[in-house]
Structure formats: C-alpha cells, structure tokens
Design a protein around this ligand. Sequence first.
Ligand code: ADP
Length: 625
Amino acid sequence: MKSLKLAKAAKELTVSNTEQSDQDIVSRQPSILHSPFLWKLYAGFSALIILSSLGMGSLIARNIEQNTLQSIRNSLYANALLLKEVAFSTLLENKEKDVKLQKQVLFTGREIGTRLTVIRADGVVIADSDKNPEIMDNHAKRPEILEAKSGGIGTATRFSRTTSRYRMYLASSVVSNGQIIGYVRTSLPLTVVDQRLGELRWIVFVTTGMTTLVALLIGLVLSHHIVKPLIVMTSVVEKAAQGEPGEKLSTTRTDELGKLAKAFNQLTEYSQSRMEMLTTDRNKLSVILSGMVEGVVAVNRDERVLHMNEAAGKLLQVTPHKTLERPIWEVVRIREISEILEDAITNETDFQRKLELTIASTKRFIEMHASALHDGNGKLVGAVVVLYDVTKLYQLEAIRRDFVANASHELKTPVTAIRMIVETMIDDETLSPEMQSEFLNRVRNQSLRLSSIINDLLTLSRIESKSEKNVHIPLDLRECIRSAEVLLSPLGEKKSVGMEFDLPDHAVQILGNKQELSEVVNNLLDNALKYSQKGGLIKTFLFERDYKAVIEITDTGIGIATQDQQRIFERFYQVDKARSRESGGTGLGLSIVKHIVLSHGGSIEVESTLGKGSTFRVTLPEPEL
Ligand code: ADP
C-alpha cells in the first residue's frame, strides 16, 4: 500500500518522456532515504507532532484531573447537604452528644464510602463515621472549618492523622437565623482520586501515543510526497545544468510544484533553443574558419588559445586541438606571434606585421593582422591574429623583378653593341670598306638577336595571356613533327647532324593548338641541333602510353649537368651564355615550350648526362572517347 503511494507520488512529477517508465526514472534518482531535505522536513514535522501531542495530552490530563476533582467536590458537597438535614436538629439543640446521630452517620458513611463528620460551632465533634467523636480533637482550627466559617463552604486537602491518608475535606456551615450553629464535613481519601486520575492519565497517554504514531506515519508519507517530486526535479535540473539533453518535467500538478515544473520546462526550452542557436553559429563559424586558407588564432586575455584553425596549425606546425586553453607562447614558440597578440590586447587596437618562417626547410613569408576582441558589452576578451601566407606573391614579385632585370639586360646587350659599332663607324672616317662591311655585318647580327629576343618575349606573353582561354581542336601530332622536320632538316644537313623520325602509322590525336605544338617540337629540335656536335644524331619518337601521347627527342649533344636540368625552363636561363648566344639562343625557348605544354594539360621532363646527350620528353593527354 505504502509503496503504491510512493510510486504515485513519484509519478506526479516525473519526466513526461513516454519512452521512460516511471520506475526507470525513480531508479535513476538518488535514493529518497538519502535526502537530507526529507529528513529535515520530517524532523520538523515530528517535532511539531510530538510537541502538540504532549501539549494536548497534558491539557486533556489536566482538564480531566480538574473535572474529576470538581466532581469529587460536587459529590462531597451533595453529601454535606444531606448530612446538614440529618444533623440540623442536633446542632440546633447544641447537644454535646447524640447517639442516634452518631449511628446514622456511621451507617451512612460506610454505605456511601465517605467519611462524615458533624461539628458543633465551637469545634467539638459530635458525630464521625470513621472514629469515636469523644476522643477526637477540637476541629475549630481545621482549615476547611475556618474557611466555611467565613464563606459558608471550605475545602482542604491534607494528610489526616486520624486515617493516616491524604484526603479531601469539604466543610459546610449549618446556619439558623443567621447564626452558625455548627458544621458538617464530608471527606474522601485521595488514594481513590489518585487511582482514578492514574487510570485517566493512562488512557490519555495511550490515546495520545497512538495518535502521535499515526501522525508520524502520515507525516512521513506527506514528507515523501513533497520531497519526491523535488528530488526528481533536482535531478533533471542538475542534468540540464550539466548540458545533458533536456528531459521535461510533468506539469500535471496544479500546486506551486506544478507551476515550478512549468516554469522550468519553459526555461529549459528557451535555453535549449539558445544553445542550439549558439551551436549552429559556432559550427558555422568553425566551418568558415577551417575552410579559410588564412591561418586564424584567437586567444583570451591571458593569451591562452581559444581557437586555432587548420591553416594556422599547418603554418605554425602544431596540432590545433592540442593547443586549446594553453598559453600561446608555450604552444607556438614564435616570438613575433606572441608579441603581436600581446600588443593587440594591451593597446586594444589593430596591428600589422611581417613574419618570416622556415617550414620544412623552405622560407615562407607571412603577413600578420592582429585585432583586439571585445564582447557584446565592449569589454576586452582577448585578441585574434590572421596569418596570410604571401610567399607565392613574394615569389611572383621576385620572378617579375628578375624578369624585368633579365629582359632589360638581354635587350641592353645587343643595343649597346649596335650603338658602339655605329659610333665607331661615325667617328672613324678612315675606316676601310672591309672593316665597314664587317661592322655592318655585326650590326645586322645584333639586330637579328634583338628581334629574336623580342619575338620570343612576344610569344611568351601571348601564350601566358591566352593560356586560360585557349581553344583546342583535335589534331594529329604527327603533322606538328613533320612540319618541324621540313623546317629543320636542312639545318641538320648543314651541321652534319643526323635526324631520324620514328612516327606511328596511325594518327596520334589530341586536343590542342597546332601552331603552338609545332613550336614546341621546333624549339626542342632546334636546341638539340644547337647543342650537338658535327656527326651527332637526333632521334624523334612519337608513341602512345597509358592514354597519353609522348614526344621524345633524344640527342647525342653536350648534355646538361644535373644542377642545371630544372633551371633550364626558367626565363633567360642559359647554361653557357656565350655559347648559347653564339648559336643565336635567347634563353627563352624552353620556357615557351614549358608554357605551351602546361596549357595543354601536359608535362615535360628532361633526362641528360653531361657530354653524352639529352632526352626531352613531352607527355600530352589524349581526349577521352
Ligand atoms: P636558348 O635559346 O639559350 O637555347 P632555351 O630556353 O631553349 O634557351 O634553353 C635554355 C638552356 O638549356 C640553353 O641555354 C642550354 O644551355 C640548355 N639546353 C637546352 N636544350 C639543350 C640540349 N638539347 N642539350 C644541351 N643543352 C640544352
């Protein structure tokens, strides 16, 4: 029965999640017997019940005692009134002795179990139901007699030496014509009263005790009824405070606990929606930050890391999640970063600085922008630094500078040579016609060089500018090679360098620009011829491998040292400047080749051994069928 009640009490304020049974919830709650609140409440309840029971008990006992004494007094008084009637004539006659009266008093006193005494106005006892009146003392000074003398009725409770017991006495004066003619006295031993009172007290004690016990049991059930929902509520609130997915409290109760549960549910709903909003915002931010190419590091006022994105982790060579909550100067040992963040926090303004880092033994140039972070109330909460990797920009800038310097230098050389020759010819009028013709020949050579540099530069810029929007059409690579063969074979013959062409019988089709690809083959064959000695052999192969077309040009020329092999594709790079210039080279041929190949989605590689010869291999993707 009790367990049923407890289960019911628990059910009233448990979570309303239908999948969870009440028993589940009860079993998950901390045991109610361990609740200090329950015991405090119950202790208060018990104290109240016990105190009120004691108070009520003693009040009732006292009341009963008074009522009992009153009823004893009443019966003594009634007997005294009867005795008055009996003793009146004897007292009126003021007799010293009345045997008849004595007999009557003795008999009646025994019959009603009450001591009866008749006393004359002077205190002489003339009749008594318990003792011979002749040997009794004068009773004029007895307190009840004194009281009756003045007020008509007197009562006293005292030890009676005559009967050796505590007794209650009631005396009443007997009056005739306004004169006290004597007293009648009735008396009962208090042992009877005590016994009766004791019985009554016992009844009161047992009744009060049982009522108290029942009240204590009811108090326990009531305390349980009040505390149980609070325990359930506390547990749910604690879980919510720890961020566990919200459970809802049942709101079936209409009292304050029901209202509290309702308010709590509203509060959790509100905080949950706020949390969801915050989580969504945080996730969005985190996605944005992790998708950024720029590195982002945020720290709090103590310079402890709040957030570091992947890009920053890569740049600073740390694992972002391992840096969280740790001081920035401890996780990133780059003084400039700690300094710029510290400056942003101290001065609450933006800072911008450059930083040079060496990552995997390559130098990287970083631009740092640091700003102070403020919360919604404008209070400083930390700082954020954004790291831009500007290495590529720096490199492009360096390439551009080198290119301008190289181009100017390359253009200046033939221009200076022409100017000097022309000045000599103008200044020296005695110049022989042979010398004049020799000088003019040199002017022509230099101007040819100038024009070939300018042509190459124009080709390079043309290719670079249109590489994005190149329109490629299907073509047979054999045609590009054949046109180069037609163009360069006479030169081979002139230099006594053999030229062999190994082309497949079927067309090797790719998507591309015929003119540009012919230029690739021309340049490579031209180089092979330029750097081959008399009697050398140049072989050109065209074949297909792994759905790719491959052009391979092999010579038996001077070869290229390993350290120069990657650099030969740079603009104006020439291994042996004097020799290259002599053979009309500009240092731009291979960079033009590389650009064209890359714009066709292909690749170029070189294999070479100094003094033995070189192989240039161009691989171009074939169109998907
Ligand atoms: P250049 O006009 O000077 O030949 P390139 O860009 O065509 O310029 O070539 C760059 C440099 O690469 C050349 O100066 C030369 O030193 C080297 N080179 C190119 N092709 C060959 C080759 N087949 N054999 C040896 N060296 C070569």
